[in-house]
Ligand binder design. Structure first.
Ligand code: ZN
Length: 183
């Protein structure tokens, strides 16, 4: 079973992220995220695997929780603190874990070109499907709305709505859908 290791690092924070922080506050926040994640971890790992059709490659993933300007990324998994908002941070953690699960799988637009919007839309479609069991529908909707304000995300969420009609998870997986689209 995959294990997530939640971490903060003084040197990472002060030398690389370069943002002043309250160490105890960030550790306290990291513990809250960890507790929330552990409550749902079995379901989350299983559900992401079931929706994507891709097995987890890692046995352990380190999640570095940071305070600062740096956006979250999936590898190494750096998780922004989002002003200490546990639910929004959790939402983004699921997003990055899905990226991690998909690995370097490429997604194309309708013209057959690699599309970051398509990739992000696929990740978000999986994320909202996973989170349906964790939060009420309205909360998932609000968290998605909040994520819209980040850059090109408006286009991404438009595409998520289209994909909801194109992908029926009771019939297919992301792997099957993506492979089919490549041809
Ligand atoms: Zn992403």
């Amino acid at each position: 079973m995959l294990k997530i290791n939640f971490l903060t690092s003084y040197y990472f924070q002060s030398r690389i992220i370069n943002c002043p922080y309250d160490r105890n506050k960030l550790i306290g926040f990291k513990n809250k995220i960890e507790k929330k994640f552990n409550k749902h971890s079995k379901y989350i790992f299983k559900k992401i695997n079931q929706l994507t059709g891709i097995n987890w490659k890692d046995k352990k993933i380190d999640v570095w929780v940071i305070k600062g300007w740096h956006p979250s990324i999936s590898s190494p998994l750096i998780l922004n603190y989002y002003q200490y908002d546990v639910n929004f941070c959790f939402f983004n953690l699921i997003h990055e874990l899905i990226h991690n699960n998909l690995g370097d799988m490429k997604f194309m637009d309708k013209k057959g070109k690699f599309s970051l919007i398509e990739l992000e839309a696929i990740v978000n479609l999986v994320a909202v499907t996973v989170l349906k069991k964790v939060y009420p529908e309205k909360t998932v909707f609000n968290l998605s709305k909040r994520a819209e304000f980040m850059g090109m995300y408006k286009y991404v969420w438009k595409r998520v709505d289209e994909l909801k009609k194109e992908i029926d998870f009771s019939q297919t997986t992301i792997k099957a859908y993506g492979t089919h689209n490549e041809s």
